[in-house]
Design a binder for this molecule. Structure first.
Ligand code: BGC
Length: 750
């Protein structure tokens, strides 16, 4: 044993030494190169353009064919260092391979032959390669409460990106989903800081931990720093008003953790906070991100965001001033991305002394180091070893595992679910024969709506149910595509219901991304409410299946539903996972990563303050504090779990000591099942109004029917902390509660 251990330690030390030697060599190579570079070559490295700039036909390009003259203009004339994106839709591995090869070939015609770093948005799997495997959106992954699963799916995304010749992924999104109106809510890990921190760090390690020279890794990009999701109106890229105390309590911790996890790059929030665009905010970019968080990687803008300092935000009075502001605030690379204006303007700004050469050198050094670390200087071309990692059959199994664990059962009146397989099922609603409504944003196209690009074996809910129970047992009134008018034909639904034993009504949202997903209403469209009411009127039991990226109000149609399954946008295997849960081939174990709101006037989150819990009540006012339709952490199973009492290692925790919290969990039902155990803490009195509870740990366990397991957590004072009036994260002495399920235990901290 000793021998094994010492061999292990020697191996660790040797590999750590090798890594630091590699880092030193990379740095020396970068410094040597930087010394040889002209201002123009340096500024070119800071310039990122989109594929439409040099593809034949621009945005309309369908086949990934490049225009050699435009490619030359970008790489040789403008010395562009980075490129991104696709044009109309996803491309094949072969097309990406050809395209990246052409780009890198063109760099050989430049003086210093610096390779291009290409970036794509592999948000839930590799979005822009045809035939890639798509997994649940982050909101669904958060429902799994299974970081190991998040790690596994991310690894596949990394491999499929790299197989496409791409070494930089614009993921993960670390914005926190506290505003359900926000159109990018599905890309978040939900409303809780701890889930965001945990999943974010795991995912970043998974992208990068193999070492970026390895064909299984990609550089990650934590985004969108900072506070992007807190738009006051919920509209994408609209003003945010956030006091710094709130910024530090809820929005910054995920980024702090992600920096520690080793994220190589970061992308900036396109919006403004308290009247200041983040792209020109030196305090957030340099003082907080660089100095306080210690981030050393590349800071890239989001889409057109330097230009927008002038033409949108109006804080710069000219395009050049916009460039100066952004770069001086700390931006290293500009996602320009539709032209070369940034290049011309930055050169001008440096010549006029508005931007110092030292700032340019600092930015370029980071960019070149990223290129060194990703192995581009050794071999910039798509790697044959990476290509073999594309589209492996086991990715499909993983996609099903992830979709299974995302499924969140919200209602099961009189155990109507699981359904027997010999009943006649009417499958209705707009998502019944839609693929896009199961996958959502960033799915083979930016908006995810064009179904012709999805893999041919993608199933609809209707198909998956028919496959399970036999075509003879399934009827439908729906047609292909979410928006198909027949899907909203209430009379047809009522007629068809006569022949059915049960109705599975598939409603929710079709795919959308970013601003096109803006909505004025969280209420479901009235035509969906109409068909729900038609289904109820038939008198047959109705199961609602919700395929949606954010919680749409179902309050008015919820009481009559016998069962409700929240499916989110869970990727390639969403339909199969839904069918498995509905018919009992999978026992659901997902739990909500957000508070499912009851109404627009009740957007209170689980970690609310005491005055949101006990409100002043006059005139029998119905307001009763935190009263969502379904609370954060809610999700039913086909079995039942019972908790024992909480055991604490001490009731007097001191200083940096650790507190061990254990609890027994028994599966008291007749089925095996998985279960996420969540530990919350509650600071009872504090100098700032304490949250009623904060999630501090979770563990997902598997229990056979009748089995009992003890779950043990270790927490310390950091798990009791909050941001105080001086903006410091502190733990104040006093009484605390640990809460697991309905069980509580108290202890003192000194
Ligand atoms: C989005 C980013 C994305 C970028 C490049 C922007 O519109 O906000 O999340 O990485 O486009 O596609």
């Amino acid at each position: 044993m000793m021998k094994q251990l010492s061999a292990f330690f020697i191996a660790v030390v040797v590999s750590a030494t090798a890594i630091s030697q590699q880092n030193k060599t990379d740095l020396q190579r970068v410094e040597t190169l930087l010394k040889q570079m002209t201002l123009e070559e340096k500024v070119g490295q800071m310039t990122q353009v989109t594929l439409a700039v040099f593809a034949k036909g621009g945005w309309a390009n369908q086949d990934g064919e490049l225009d050699p003259a435009l490619l030359k203009k970008a790489i040789v004339d403008y010395k562009v260092g980075s490129m991104l994106n696709t044009t109309a839709h996803a491309l094949s591995v072969e097309t990406w391979t050809k395209l990246i090869t052409q780009i890198q070939d063109e760099t050989k015609n430049t003086r210093l032959k610096v390779p291009v770093i290409y970036g794509l948005d592999g948000i839930h799997g590799q979005t822009y390669t045809l035939g890639s495997t798509l997994f649940p959106q982050n909101i669904g992954m958060a429902a799994t409460r299974n970081p190991e699963l998040a790690k596994a799916v991310t690894k596949v995304a990394a491999k499929e990106l790299r197989a496409s010749g791409v070494r930089w992924n614009f993921a993960p999104v670390l914005d926190i989903g506290r505003q359900p109106l926000w159109s990018r809510f599905p890309e978040t890990y939900g409303e809780d800081v701890y889930i965001g921190k945990t999943m974010g760090a795991v995912v970043i390690k998974s992208y990068e931990e193999d070492g970026l020279r390895n064909p299984t890794a990609v550089a990650s990009c934590m985004k969108h720093y900072l506070g992007y999701s807190a738009s006051r109106t919920g509209k994408d890229r609209t003003p945010i008003y956030l006091p710094e105390i709130e910024l530090r309590e809820y929005y910054l911790p995920q980024f702090r953790e992600a920096v520690k996890a080793g994220a190589s790059t970061i992308m900036i929030n396109s919006s403004e906070i308290n009247g200041e665009p983040v792209h020109s905010n030196k305090y957030l970019l340099t003082d907080v991100l660089r100095k306080e968080l210690g981030f050393e990687g590349v800071i890239v803008t989001d889409w057109e965001d330097i230009k927008r300092l002038y033409n949108w935000h109006h804080v710069a009075s000219s395009p050049r001033e916009a460039v100066t502001m952004g770069v001086n605030a700390g931006i290293d690379m500009s996602m320009v991305p539709g032209d070369f204006s940034f290049y011309d303007l930055l050169i001008e700004a440096v010549k006029k002394g508005e931007v110092k050469m030292s700032r340019i050198d600092d930015a370029v050094k980071r960019i070149l180091l990223l290129k060194m670390k990703t192995g581009l200087f050794d071999n910039p071309y798509p790697e044959p070893a990476a290509a073999t990692n594309f589209g492996k059959p086991e990715y499909q199994t993983l996609a099903l595992d992830a979709a299974h664990e995302a499924m969140t059962l919200l209602k099961n009146e009189n155990n109507i679910l699981p359904l027997p397989k010999n009943k006649k099922v009417l499958v209705a609603g707009p998502s019944a024969q839609s693929i896009s409504a199961l996958n959502g944003c960033w799915s083979y196209t930016w908006q995810g709506k064009e179904e012709q690009w999805y893999p041919a074996d993608s199933k609809t809910i209707f198909q998956a149910i028919a496959d399970k129970v036999g075509a003879a047992n399934v009827i439908t009134t729906t047609g292909k595509g979410f928006e198909n008018p027949v899907n909203f034909d209430a009379a047809a639904l009522t007629n068809a219901a006569v022949n059915a034993d049960v109705i599975v009504l598939c409603i929710g949202e079709n795919a959308y991304a970013e601003s096109p997903g803006n909505t004025r209403e969280l209420a479901l469209d009235s035509n969906q409410v109409t068909i729900a009411n038609a289904a109820y009127k038939s008198g047959k039991p109705v199961i609602l299946v919700l395929t949606e990226g954010r919680p749409r109000f179902i309050t008015n149609i919820e009481p009559t539903a016998k069962g409700i399954l929240m499916a989110y946008w869970s990727g390639k295997k969403t339909a199969e996972a839904i069918a498995d849960v509905l018919f009992g081939d999978y026992n659901p174990d997902g739990i909500l990563p957000f508070s499912y709101p009851r109404s627009m006037g009740e957007m209170v989150l689980y970690d609310h303050k005491p005055s949101e819990e006990i409100r002043e009540v006059f005139n029998d006012d119905i307001h009763t504090g935190y009263n969502p339709l379904y609370p954060f952490g809610y999700g039913l199973s086909y079995t039942s779990f019972e908790y024992g009492d909480i055991q604490l290692s001490t009731t007097n925790l001191k200083g940096d000591e650790k507190l061990t919290v254990s609890i027994t969990v028994k599966n008291t039902g007749a089925r095996d099942g998985k279960h996420a155990v969540e530990l919350y803490t509650h600071d009872i009195y504090a100098s700032m109004t304490p949250n009623m509870r904060r999630l501090r740990a979770f563990q997902k366990i598997s229990l056979k029917a009748g089995e009992t397991k003890t779950v043990t957590f270790t927490i310390d004072r950091n798990d009791l902390a909050f941001v105080n009036a001086q903006l410091k994260t502190v733990t104040e002495p006093g009484e605390f509660e640990v809460i697991i399920g309905k069980k509580k235990a108290t202890f003192n901290y000194q």
